[in-house]
Structure formats: structure tokens, C-alpha cells
Write a protein that binds this ligand. Structure first.
Ligand code: SAM
Length: 479
């Protein structure tokens, strides 16, 4: 694992030059408005007060540093001219943030793995601080290419941490009652934060859980460096979350993972699919993650809705899914163009998944879903024609008979689940006219049945371990 060592200070265009209007940082916005940065900061200081403007203290420190620099340097608050005459942003005093967080952390009795009562996530339910997250200084320009929309609202951070506590503690409790797939599992929580960025969620997580049970995965070396400096004991992996080997990570950590993250929206579904695959081995038990509201709607959508599709079938099969709350663009910096949502996925785990599938292979289900939803305006019969022909090795008559056949009787295990009142199993039976329906009319459980009809029951496969990679793209992660 490489650790970046690049210095954080970035070069900026000279204030006032035409290039500057393309910038996205706060200081530049004020310039676009025709207000000098100095006036803008003074104005903001007066309007918002120190508590509501996280960088104020840091600005002052940067200022002080700038004032102490060579008198040849022209000064404009954090901007200084280097020896070659180029304008650079004077780095804020890094000790300021580190000291503040260290003080907050030291004042609490942070739990650790070694303590007698295992940490189970419920600690986060009580989290009540709503301090404004510390946005990075002017040198840390958010990168659109990495989906960097940083949380800047303490209240939203608090709500996310609490919702995470709920998802994590409930799944840990459930697993403690029964299933565990990781040998020698140590009880308690193991958190993984995806894309910590400058640490809006990381800081309260460190405060609540300590660094022993927390790991972060981040692709931006600036964040890795910043967080490693701020929390020296925190494990920050410099890695692409799409390439992470979650089952291996869970094994290394001694048990299943509880995931949290304000996700980079450009790869939301890829990340979710990687987590679904990881749930095959019980490596991930919950994920409490932000995403575009529109994607969240697709995950929880009932049948017969426009939003209903592959995401709905897969995640309603693999997990209990909840939209915790809607999130407006204003709580992010920079603001995205769309609403977001915090979604809780409580994975049901390999044993319960195996029961729901009753012998159907996830890879076959994927083929049925792809075939039908790729042509979602066609009937299921027409959508499945090509796949049926493939399965029947090109025998047209056999393919036609397959699609015209009635669905096989439900397996005993599903009938038993129905007797227990299991709501998933209750919607499993295929209607007689299934072939003339559109894919959005079939429930997730009926897609399982449809797969059995096309591929037949996977005799002897009921107990076989699931493949490691079903939903994740071939190029993502190991097999
Ligand atoms: N957690 C921070 C917050 O809430 O303010 C930042 C969230 S920001 C929406 C997404 C974060 O994911 C960024 O820090 C970005 O660098 C990181 N990221 C983007 N693509 C990534 C990838 N493929 N692997 C790991 N991290 C990634």
C-alpha cells in the first residue's frame, strides 16, 4: 500500500486573473462577486461569527503566518507570493485542527477493542454533537472528478452518525443471535468509512468509537495525509473502494464490517454492488450511506413504479432497505445539483439469502434481470426469448415451451417460510400470466421463481458457497 507524501500546498492562479472565475473555492467565489477576499472574510466574520465559519480561526493563523513572511511578499490574507513571484495559498496552521480534535477526543473515555463490553454500534445512537465540520483550507480544492461534495452541516453529520448506530447495532444484535460466517469472530463492531475526505464523519466516528475499530478507505492522497496527521492512530487505506477485497478485510479484522460513507456519487451503484457481493460471505452486515435521492428511490421502490428495476430487486432480496432521510444540496460544499438521501442497507446475510433463493444461483438471477430490464418496455416473454434460446442450446421449440410452461411448484422451504408469515416468501409465487407482464410488475421473489423456471432448481447447489463476484464488475476487485 502506497502512502502519499506530496505536500498539500497547491498553486493557485493570481487573484484577479481571468482564470480565477473558473475556480470553485470560497475565496474565488467572492472575487467573482467583485468583493476583495479581505472584505469578504471580514463581512462573513461579522455576519456569521466564529462558530459558524469553521475556517475563520485557520484563516487567522494563515494570516499570521503570511504576516511573518518576507516583506517582499505581497499579502492578501492566505495568499502569498513565492520567490518566483507566483501566488500560492499559505497553508493554514495544521496544528490548529489537530489540537482541537485531540482535545475533544482526549476529554472522552473512548472505547477500545480491549474493553470488557464489546462496542456494538449503539454508542452512536446517543451522539449529540452538531459542531460544523471542518472544511479543508483553500489549498484543498474539491475535485469534481472524485465526487467530492463535502458535508458542511453538523446537524446532518449527527443524524448520519445516529442512523449508522441504528443500522450497525441492530445487525450486530441479529448476528449475535445466530449466524456468523467468519471463523473465530470477535464480538463487536468493525467500522469501515468509505471516502472519508477531510473527515466530516471521521471526526465524530473517532470520537465515538476510537481508532481501534475504525478504518477508512480513500483515493485522494491529500485526504489520506490530512487524516493521518489529524488522527495518527487511525488506519487510512490509500485505495480505490471499488478494488477493496471486503471479505479479506473482514477476515483480517476478525468479523463482519459495518460500513458508513458519504459516497462519491459517480460510482454509487458500483460500490453498492461490491457490498452486496461481500454480503455473500457475511463480510458486510450493514451499510449506511448517502447517495442521490433518485438512486435511493430505485433501491426501495415497490413494483409497478418507474423507479423499480435491477437495484430494487437485488437490494430488496439481499437486504432490508430504508431511506433514513432526504438531504438537501445546501448541506454539502460544493452543493450538488440534486437532492440526496441517507440509505440504510441491513444485509440479511448468507444463510437467510440462501433460504430466499432456495437453490437459485445469483449468477442466473443476474442473467434473467439483465435480459428483462434491458428491454423493460417489452413483456417478460419477449425479454427472455434470447436467454431461453441460449439456455436451450438453440432449440427454438424447447425455448418456446419453457416460456409457455407453468411455473414449477414452490419449494418446500419457501412454503414453510410462507407459513411463518415471511413477507418475502409470500410474494414468491409467479402469476399464471407472468409471461405477458412487464418486468416492473414482478416482485423480487417472483424474479427468483422466474430464474428457477428458466434454469431449473440448482440441484445440490443449495449448500455450495456463493460465488465471490456476481454483481460487481469483472474489473472491480478480486474473485
Ligand atoms: N466523507 C467526506 C464528507 O462527507 O465530507 C467526503 C465525501 S465525498 C462525497 C466522497 C469521498 O470519496 C471523497 O473524499 C473522494 O475523494 C472519495 N472517493 C472518490 N472516489 C473514490 C474511490 N474510488 N475510492 C476511494 N475513495 C474515493
Amino acid at each position: 500500500m502506497k502512502h502519499p507524501t506530496a505536500a498539500l500546498a497547491l498553486r493557485r492562479p493570481r487573484p484577479g486573473t481571468p482564470q480565477e472565475s473558473k475556480g470553485v473555492c470560497r475565496g474565488e467565489t467572492y472575487h467573482r462577486l467583485g468583493i476583495s477576499l479581505a472584505n469578504a472574510v471580514t463581512l462573513l466574520f461579522l455576519l456569521l461569527g466564529q462558530h459558524h465559519f469553521p475556517s475563520t480561526h485557520a484563516f487567522q493563523n494563515g494570516n499570521a503566518l503570511a504576516r511573518h513572511r518576507s516583506t517582499q511578499c505581497a499579502k492578501l490574507l492566505g495568499w502569498v507570493q513565492d520567490d518566483n513571484g507566483e501566488w500560492v495559498w499559505e497553508e493554514d496552521d495544521p496544528a490548529y485542527l489537530a489540537a482541537e480534535v485531540a482535545a475533544r477526543t482526549a476529554s472522552r473515555d473512548v472505547p477500545s477493542v480491549g474493553s470488557s463490553t464489546p462496542i456494538d454500534g449503539s454508542e452512536a445512537l446517543k451522539y449529540s454533537a452538531s459542531a460544523t465540520p471542518t472544511l479543508p483550507s483553500g489549498s484543498f480544492r474539491p475535485k469534481q472528478s472524485l465526487g467530492q461534495n463535502f458535508l458542511q452541516d453538523g446537524n446532518t453529520v449527527m443524524k448520519i452518525v445516529r442512523a449508522f448506530g441504528k443500522d450497525a447495532s441492530e445487525t450486530i444484535k441479529r448476528k449475535a443471535d445466530g449466524e456468523t460466517m467468519i471463523e473465530g469472530e470477535v464480538p463487536g463492531i468493525r467500522l469501515v468509512e468509505l471516502g472519508p475526505g477531510p473527515g466530516a464523519l471521521t471526526d465524530p466516528l473517532v470520537q465515538t468509537f476510537g481508532t481501534d475499530v475504525l478504518q477508512c478507505i480513500e483515493i485522494d492522497p491529500r485526504s489520506v495525509e490530512m487524516l493521518s496527521e489529524r488522527h495518527p492512530n487511525l488506519r487510512v487505506r490509500y485505495e480505490d473502494v471499488l478494488q477493496t477485497d471486503y471479505p479479506q478485510l473482514a477476515e483480517d479484522e476478525g468479523g463482519p464490517l459495518s460500513v458508513i460513507g458519504n459516497l462519491p456519487y459517480y460510482i454509487t451503484s458500483q460500490i453498492l454492488f461490491a457490498l452486496a457481493d461481500a454480503s455473500h460471505t457475511g463480510a458486510v452486515r450493514s451499510a449506511t450511506v448517502t447517495m442521490q435521492y433518485e438512486v435511493a428511490e430505485r433501491i426501495v421502490s415497490p413494483t409497478k413504479c418507474k423507479a423499480y428495476g435491477i437495484l430494487s430487486v437485488v437490494f430488496q432480496l439481499y437486504a432490508d432497505c430504508t431511506i433514513h432521510f432526504k438531504i438537501p444540496p445546501t448541506v454539502f460544499y460544493p452543493q450538488p445539483k440534486v437532492d440526496s438521501a441517507l440509505v440504510g442497507l441491513r444485509f440479511i446475510g448468507p444463510n437467510a439469502l440462501r433460504q430466499r433463493l432456495a437453490g437459485v444461483r445469483p449468477a442466473d438471477l443476474r442473467r434473467v434481470l439483465t435480459a428483462t430490464f434491458q428491454q423493460r418496455r417489452k413483456t417478460v416473454r419477449n425479454g427472455l426469448k434470447k436467454l431461453a434460446l441460449e439456455v436451450c442450446a438453440g432449440d427454438k421449440e424447447a425455448a418456446k415451451n419453457m416460456i409457455d410452461s407453468l411455473s414449477p411448484p414452490l419449494p418446500k422451504s419457501i412454503l414453510q417460510a410462507q407459513e411463518r408469515g415471511d413477507s418475502f416468501a409470500m410474494s414468491q409465487e409467479l402469476p399464471k400470466d407472468w409471461a405477458s407482464k412487464r418486468p416492473e410488475e414482478l416482485s423480487p421473489a417472483q424474479f427468483v421463481e422466474l430464474t428457477r423456471l428458466i434454469f431449473g432448481p440448482a440441484n445440490g447447489c443449495d449448500d455450495a458457497p456463493f460465488d465471490r463476484k456476481i454483481w460487481r464488475k469483472l474489473k472491480h476487485g478480486t474473485n
